[in-house]
Design a protein around this ligand. Structure first.
Ligand SMILES: [Zn+2]
Length: 272
């Protein structure tokens, strides 16, 4: 199996072209995948193939989609203050289904802590309350977008305080003790499972794509009875294969690993 996992950030909007707007890129990439004969499968299905719960042969010529951070642009159509009306990621997926009849699915890795999102809404967006979680249960119920764990507070550097013990924020590499990992990962899993019951989360994406030996080789493999996850994703640009590290699976990031339809097609060719 060689499954590319593609990552988009719905708040990446600085223009209305492919290179500076992840909404434009996502819509174009869906059409390219369809043209090129790729099937889109849920990310959890890729993990099931990886860990031997499903036949990996069923993942031939498939891709999985993931979105990061869980802001409103994943779900709502919004009027961007400088770039104008934007179709939300959910609408782009529904448009694609309506136009092609193809199956589509994405996984949103969300920043879980409500108090962190309330601050990030002002520091990273424009302070209009565009980072609340009311859409998460709706998405989970519709079944087009699964909601999964992107940590409690992203250890984000614009927050006055995070769970990191020495105030080293702006990176996830500094989450290197059980107490910090428990607060960033297990506490977020508990909160999400309570909000989305009876659904239970099983996937994690490292904030900034960053991890460390403690998380990948100790905390995540050894404390499964606590965090209840089945796999974790970083941002190394490679397809998921049977040789990939289960607790630091690769993902390609739009705007970082490809910036044009041509680069996207090259990426897909390398995964065939
Ligand atoms: Zn993130």
């Amino acid at each position: 199996m060689r499954v590319p996992v593609l990552t988009y950030h719905s708040i990446n909007i600085s223009g209305n072209d492919y290179a500076d707007n992840d909404h434009v890129a996502l819509a174009a990439d869906l059409r390219a995948l369809q043209r090129d004969g790729w099937r889109i499968v849920p990310l959890a299905q890729v993990v099931a193939g990886l860990i031997g719960e499903a036949d990996p042969a069923g993942l031939e010529r498939t891709v999985a989609l993931s979105f990061d951070d869980g802001a409103w642009f994943d779900w709502h159509d919004l009027d961007h203050p400088s770039c104008g009306p934007q179709r939300g990621f959910a609408g782009i997926l529904r448009d694609f289904v309506a136009a092609t009849g193809a199956a589509v699915h994405a996984t949103s890795f969300v920043i879980v802590a409500p108090q962190a999102r309330a601050i990030l809404d002002r520091t990273c967006l424009i302070g209009r309350g565009w980072w609340d979680d009311q859409w998460w249960p709706l998405a989970q119920r519709e079944g087009l977008i699964a909601i999964e764990n992107h940590s409690w507070d992203h250890n984000h550097d614009t927050l006055p305080q995070t769970v990191q013990r020495d105030g080293r924020s702006g990176t996830f590499r500094s989450i290197e003790t059980w107490a910090e990992a428990d607060a960033e990962i297990r506490a977020a899993a508990d909160w999400l499972d309570a909000l989305l019951a009876p659904h239970r989360g099983s996937l994690f994406a490292f904030p900034y794509g960053e991890s460390n030996d403690y998380l990948v080789h100790e905390y995540l493999p050894r404390f499964g009875h606590q965090h209840r996850l089945r796999a974790a994703f970083g941002t190394s640009p490679a397809p998921v294969t049977l040789h990939a590290t289960r607790w630091n699976l690769p993902r390609y990031v739009c705007g970082q690993h490809w910036r044009s339809p041509e680069e996207f097609e090259r990426l897909l060719r390398e995964c065939r």
